[in-house]
Ligand binder design. Structure first.
Ligand SMILES: C[S@@+](CC[C@H](N)C(=O)[O-])C[C@H]1O[C@@H](n2cnc3c(N)ncnc32)[C@H](O)[C@@H]1O
Length: 235
């Protein structure tokens, strides 16, 4: 297996239209993997540290490529115990994902969802304090990543938190074992493996970060086989 560069193999989710029930099951698989392998906690901890570092009375958090909105619901539940007021916006290209997210978030008046291509963001269309991009960046080529990261950095007042996969042979091997036991849909099994091959090595993220020299970048490896890339506005 040659993992020296990011794979260009497409994911089924990006190339085939699936019905809403199947999409819901794929998100259930992704959420299960996130919960069991600690993916969601990584984002929650990163949000927590930015909130502590930049105290405010109100925060707006945007999740780019929000899928069925699970991450925002987790954050909303935690934020209800916080003194500050939080509002959330989930953005996704897939109208069915947005429909699912709205359906599952009926009890969350603090969350809104918008169907929008993150490659077509217009300046001033959104503004937020913290911007999240979880398991979405690996869907794109490096040049596209540079395009949307420039917008992300511009529209977030505090910073951007990217949480994505490490490209590694061991991660591929262990994902095959894990998905054989825990993942139900063929799409999540296929796309999970492809996602790791489309994922990142630390040097890829360092190279991407060099396109934004005015910002502060913190890139850390986290279990299991994740990188969190935090981009903070320079003071
Ligand atoms: C693997 S899912 C990740 C979902 C969620 N963030 C999570 O961590 O579970 C990737 C999401 O990115 C969305 N996506 C892909 N291309 C997009 C684009 N150009 N603009 C907005 N969302 C996009 C997909 O529809 C999908 O919901």
């Amino acid at each position: 297996m040659n993992l020296s560069t990011r794979s260009a193999i497409p994911e089924i989710m990006d190339t085939q239209k699936v019905d809403i029930k199947l999409l819901e099951n794929v998100f259930l698989d992704i959420n299960k993997a996130n919960d069991l392998l600690g993916g969601a906690v990584i984002t929650i901890n990163a949000v927590n540290s930015l909130v502590q570092e930049y105290p405010k009375k109100e925060y707006t958090i945007i999740d780019m490529g929000c899928g069925d909105g699970t991450m925002l619901r987790k954050l909303a539940l935690i934020s209800r115990k916080h003194q500050a007021k939080f509002s959330f916006i989930g953005i996704d290209l897939n109208q069915m994902a947005i429909d699912l997210a709205r359906e599952k978030s009926k009890d969350f008046t603090e969350i809104q969802f918008v169907c929008q291509d993150i490659l077509m963001l217009k300046p001033d269309q959104f503004t937020c304090d913290i911007l999240l991009c979880t398991l979405t960046m690996h869907h794109f080529e490096n040049q596209e990543i540079k395009t949307f990261m420039a917008h992300f950095i511009q529209l977030s007042q505090i910073g951007v938190i990217v949480n994505d996969l490490q490209r590694s042979a061991l991660a591929c091997y262990l994902f095959r074992l894990f998905s054989g036991i825990f993942i139900k849909t063929k799409i999540a099994k296929h796309d999970g493996l492809v996602s790791i091959k489309r994922g990142f090595k630390k040097k890829d993220l360092i190279n991407l970060s060099k396109s934004f020299p005015k910002s502060e970048h913190i890139i850390s490896w986290k279990w299991a086989f994740r990188y969190v890339w935090i981009v903070k506005q320079a003071n």
